[in-house]
Design a binder for this molecule. Sequence first.
Ligand code: ADE
Length: 291
Amino acid sequence: MLLPHHGFTILSTENPKVPIENSSKYRNLLTNIYLLPNKASAFFHISQIMRIFVNPIPILFYVRMRIDIISVVPEMLDGFINTSIVGRAQKKGLVEIHIHNLRDYSKDKHRRVDDYPFGGFAGMVMQCQPIDDCIAALTAERDYDEIIFTSPDGEKFDQPMANTLSLKKNIIILCGHYKGIDYRIREHLITKEVSIGDYVLTGGELAAAVMCDALVRLVPGVISDEQSALSDSFQDNLLAAPVYTRPANYKGWTVPDILLSGHEAKIKEWEITQALERTKRLRPDLLETKE
Ligand code: ADE
């Protein structure tokens, strides 16, 4: 859903009058783009937007997304968070990603964070204490919207979930390792369990990286052409239409004539038809679940 520009001067999460929960919902308004996770939430969001428009007092607003990742192999994530679009988003001050080495919270003299499972099962299990202490240290500093655990048995990560999470202000991602984590952490501290697919990775770091990438690119200002996030595959449950660039004829491989016609309305119609055709052919399941 694309909203027209209304030029309001907007908010600060530091402003105690604007609850964090609400202000984070407005983040995407800054660039006039509002990704609605589903139709049901549309009315709520629109009513929130109207509330801003009718507010006669301009509020200053600046919302920065913060992601804290807890890992036993932080080296795996260092390169990823400091390069590419995610690195640039941080340099621009749009996103903060902090990596925490779980071993720093171990009370063991060898900095161990795992132990044998009760019941004589195979593998090692991550212990409660280091995880609990690390999460407690973070939550003592600020409120978190979600404390996510990456696990193959979690809820499947997809574009609607990325849209929803990108509207949050602070999230923690705890990367699983070994045979898993002590189940009591999942019962008492974790608010959401997320899987990036039906396969088992050696640890949750790649899953955390996938999630960060998908979330960060939705934060306004991170990718140069904001609209391109809206025309991505999976937004609106459709695969994206094909794209082409110069030259129009490469080795006899030509570009569809319509794209060279300059006829905006017909090009838009072509784009929709292509998106529908590709979705029907390649991912018919997406159309079945379409609201
Ligand atoms: N950890 C191991 N496998 C995983 C998966 N498929 N998704 C998320 N976290 C995981």
